[in-house]
Design a protein around this ligand. Sequence first.
Ligand SMILES: *[C@@H]1O[C@H](CO)[C@@H](O)[C@H](O)[C@H]1NC(C)=O
Ligand SMILES: *[C@@H]1O[C@H](CO)[C@@H](O)[C@H](O)[C@H]1NC(C)=O
Ligand SMILES: *[C@@H]1O[C@H](CO)[C@@H](O)[C@H](O)[C@H]1NC(C)=O
Ligand SMILES: *[C@@H]1O[C@H](CO)[C@@H](O)[C@H](O)[C@H]1NC(C)=O
Ligand SMILES: *[C@@H]1O[C@H](CO)[C@@H](O)[C@H](O)[C@H]1NC(C)=O
Ligand SMILES: *[C@@H]1O[C@H](CO)[C@@H](O)[C@H](O)[C@H]1NC(C)=O
Ligand SMILES: *[C@@H]1O[C@H](CO)[C@@H](O)[C@H](O)[C@H]1NC(C)=O
Ligand SMILES: *[C@@H]1O[C@H](CO)[C@@H](O)[C@H](O)[C@H]1NC(C)=O
Length: 782
Amino acid sequence: MTRLLLAALLLLAAAALVSASTLAIAAGPTVCGVAADNATAYCAATNNSSYSARAVAPFIGFSQVSSGGGGFVCGLQVGGRAFFCWPTATPDQLRRVYNGPSRLSGLAVGGGHVAAYDVGERVIRWWRGGARFPAQVGGGFSSLVSGDDFTCAVETNTSAVRCWGPGGSAVQVAFLNTSVSTLAAGGSRACGVLMNTGAVLCSGSDAGAVAPRDLSDLAGLAVGDSHACGLMKPNHTAACWNIAGPTTTLYYPAFGTAFEFLVAGGNLSCGLVTTNFSLLCWSTNVFVASEVQLPAILPGVCVSDAKSCKCGVFTRSGELCSVPGNVICNRFCDVPPPPVLPPPPSPSSPPPASRRISKTWIVFAVVGAVGSFAGLCSIVYCLVFGFCSHKKVHNSVQPNIAGAADNGGTPSPYGSPNGLQSLGLFRRQLSRVMTRQRSGPSSFKEPAEEFTFAQLAAATKDFALEAKISEGSFGTVYWGNFADGREVAIKRGESRLHARKFQEKESAFRSELAFLSRLHHKHLVGFVGYCQENDERLLVYEYMKNGALYDHIHPKACAPSSSSSPVTSSWKLRITILLDASRGIDYLHSYAVPPIIHRDIKSSNILLDGSWVAHVSDFELSLMGPETEETHMSMKAAGTVGYMDPEYYGLHHLTVKSDVYSFGVVMLEVLTGKRAIFKDAEGGSPVSVVDYAVPSIVAGELNKVLDGRAPEPSAHEAEAVELVAYTALHCVRLEGKDRPAMANIVANLETAVALCKGSASAAGGLVNSSSSAGLSITSMEL
Ligand SMILES: *[C@@H]1O[C@H](CO)[C@@H](O)[C@H](O)[C@H]1NC(C)=O
Ligand SMILES: *[C@@H]1O[C@H](CO)[C@@H](O)[C@H](O)[C@H]1NC(C)=O
Ligand SMILES: *[C@@H]1O[C@H](CO)[C@@H](O)[C@H](O)[C@H]1NC(C)=O
Ligand SMILES: *[C@@H]1O[C@H](CO)[C@@H](O)[C@H](O)[C@H]1NC(C)=O
Ligand SMILES: *[C@@H]1O[C@H](CO)[C@@H](O)[C@H](O)[C@H]1NC(C)=O
Ligand SMILES: *[C@@H]1O[C@H](CO)[C@@H](O)[C@H](O)[C@H]1NC(C)=O
Ligand SMILES: *[C@@H]1O[C@H](CO)[C@@H](O)[C@H](O)[C@H]1NC(C)=O
Ligand SMILES: *[C@@H]1O[C@H](CO)[C@@H](O)[C@H](O)[C@H]1NC(C)=O
């Protein structure tokens, strides 16, 4: 009984209001924070370069600040017995709103009202709430948050969400019958991390009410007007998504940076960097984060009661909290308390050039005029990702080790004409794949269809010349039409060269085919079946009516269709094709166990069906990848000139990031309309598209290298094209560890496609801000 009582008391003591923050975002956008050195509040406008961070009433020590994203910010004085509010535009008009005697905590400013928890009376109180809010509400609460016209809190005894104010009941209904561990609010919505599943639930009736399913068990949450962001465990990096519309596109701002916590307001989000307590901010759907010049910010609110910290105490609390004995609670139970300035927990250490940004005063900005945004954004990008520090090391022309012909000129409708490079190689590598699977091929569902040679001969009119689609050094591809009407592509291997290999066991061959037939994905070319008779070995694939992406970007001069290809004339289609292909590759990387590395991603291996849906083809070089990114295979390089990862080529380290590099080259190809390796002038020396495009993109002169045959991108499309260009830059980084994962590329391309559609919901703030008055990056001094 006593024990129960004690537990209950501890539970109540745990009512540290986790939503209380040392950072706030107000209109402007302006960011205010409590400095780590002496608890002074500082505010920095993020849209005006001549407005540097200003101390707000330096004679007052603040423990926390809050803003509802509106025109004012409030700060709770250290000790909790007073709070002050000031208009963002004129901080010198600071007013004391509350003056003791009770101690407050968990200040939660909404749009026009202020709520706080009265620790002495154990009630929530409101100020400036008028008749819209109750005078006070009693109880134990573990979270207090405010939105435009509501305040919500998590009841300590039930973990249920309770809300008040005009918008309160709509929000509370969304959380009916749920237990919530973390709550955040912004605009008209609140989001909570559900206790039993770790899933994120957001109020609001749109489809975006629930966060993307791959987000669960978040270590922190922030909600803006139309977006939400969370910290992923265990690396505490940020993931954001739209909550205002039908899509829930995930994007990963400041990829690889670990944050202590996030805040959001309007269309802006900021995170406090774990390693140095500096502030990175990004606006909705722009994954490029910029540093906002504020002094180092306290990593949490200093509280008097160390017992209320569920996850222990921040080790540097003594030096950080201005009141002796006060402590900062750790936000994460899943990591040991960080040592003094610990290394980032993310695998990729910050690139060397990112150091420069600390001396850089970048006015962060919401996207304004596209044109002016473009240039500066590139520079910010290059600083953030350290791209500029690299010398150009991309070899323009690399020897083709595996002897795979540069098939640029003769792509086939289901893959490269070197196609089945040789059935022997194909089989050998698949055997390797199979033996890597410890449990062996035990659970194949649909085995591939086996055809007789006669059937395939009939389908191709006896491999007639007219049926031939393409020819490579190792096999020929034919268009086939079965009696049942199915159209297929049939790859016929040059068996005579590799007769020896055919003596391998039939069972191994069958396993290999079964393995191939297991790769089912909307954006991979479907494997239909095979034929083995005597020396004949054929593979049958779904027929891709519109051929290879390569053919559409680089049409033969004589081809009549060249100018009329919808790929040439539509940025939206180009980017959609990239998105489709990235999803196919992501499937190989993320959903196949162990991951599969394609090894030969190129535009001639991205095939388009009759509806212009892209499918990745040609798996004959594909291999089961390493289980993790840290381990990597050392092997002889194979692939295609111009697309090959320099790291893989040079060091023979093969990871999924090698495919990311190749895909980056494809993205540049699609943007510029240039071949992976091309001759700029008649008789000139070959140039790689990477060397051609990257300097211009970095210099903010993307327009210089964009494919001139495509129409001028519309405003929305220009944003999308920018995003694709930055993503491509990121992909062709020299070191694999600096390149994004395929899932991040998919997320960016989803955003880009949404932008092309000009969909306000999916495009979040971008659409709005392009018409709103001049928010742009206005200055940057090195
Ligand atoms: C910054 O935002 C404030 C408040 O919205 C606005 O008054 C001001 O004009 C903006 N400054 C610039 C340079 O855009
Ligand atoms: C930027 O801030 C400075 C300093 O507060 C102010 O004088 C100037 O008018 C602001 N500029 C704009 C465009 O808002
Ligand atoms: C904190 O430091 C700033 C700058 O160093 C100074 O202006 C301010 O007076 C200090 N505030 C307090 C409360 O000590
Ligand atoms: C939880 O606390 C609230 C207010 O403090 C009270 O009204 C409610 O009955 C309590 N619920 C339970 C299950 O104890
Ligand atoms: C919540 O629970 C009650 C009783 O258990 C049930 O009647 C009600 O339908 C539930 N509501 C929702 C939205 O699940
Ligand atoms: C961080 O962790 C999440 C979830 O485990 C993962 O999806 C993401 O790729 C990781 N990010 C980095 C930079 O390691
Ligand atoms: C803090 O760390 C972040 C991420 O590593 C970096 O971008 C930023 O430049 C650093 N800021 C300072 C002031 O060192
Ligand atoms: C943010 O973007 C949304 C959606 O485009 C827009 O409705 C809203 O006004 C924007 N908010 C701010 C503060 O710019």
